[in-house]
Ligand binder design. Structure first.
Ligand code: HEM
Length: 162
């Protein structure tokens, strides 16, 4: 593998594969609470970019559910970070925010959806990734839709699988 591009060195703690430790917890005012499994893959090819794939599945049946993939960039010389994301639901998104140590705080900077996306429409997403002292990675996602204010949708922790 090529050496990690120095432009993304500050994100090296994400690299590799992660697997939900215990089932993630999903919620939103309009839906019954649910649980899910998820694997994350963060890779690089020597570019000043991190590539990622997030694949969620049903805890019992393992049936594929939500999927996202994209790229992470850092503004050179700053702690400003951008996630460029495509979701299987038909949403594409740029989230921007800050890298602080081994924590990322992001929120929607731009968002678009297929013309035939079903309602309610997502209006805003905010999320955090945090590498904990015990080596586990934690992700929390909140969203606002066309009929609900910003509320938590997902919370999950992962352990390194490679
Ligand atoms: C429901 C968005 C990630 C599982 C929903 C709804 C929206 C949404 C807009 C409908 C809410 C309503 O009807 O009021 C998103 C966004 C995500 C995301 C923007 C990522 C940023 C996930 C993940 C899972 C998941 C990772 C894991 C399996 C579900 C389930 C429902 C749901 C089970 C309820 C049933 C359904 O509407 O399909 N999500 N979601 N979502 N989401 Fe997510």
């Amino acid at each position: 593998a090529p050496p990690l591009n120095p432009a993304v060195l500050a994100l090296d703690w994400l690299l590799g594969s992660w697997e939900s430790d215990e089932p993630g917890e999903g919620s939103f005012p309009t839906i019954p609470p649910f649980r899910y499994s998820e694997t994350l893959h963060f890779t690089h090819v020597g570019q000043p970019v991190i590539n990622f794939m997030f694949n969620a599945s049903h805890v019992e049946s393992k049936k594929p559910m939500h999927r996202e993939c994209g790229f992470i960039r850092l503004q050179p010389g700053t702690n400003r970070v951008a996630f460029i994301i495509a979701q299987n639901s038909g949403l594409v998104e740029i989230e921007e925010g800050e890298l602080t140590g081994q924590q990322l705080s992001l929120k929607t900077h731009a968002l678009a959806r297929t013309s035939f996306a079903k309602e309610p429409h997502v209006q805003q997403i905010s999320r955090e990734f945090r590498l904990r002292g015990d080596g586990k990675l934690e992700q929390t996602v909140s969203m606002a839709t066309s009929d609900q204010p910003l509320m938590q949708h997902l919370h999950i922790t992962y352990r390194r699988s490679s």
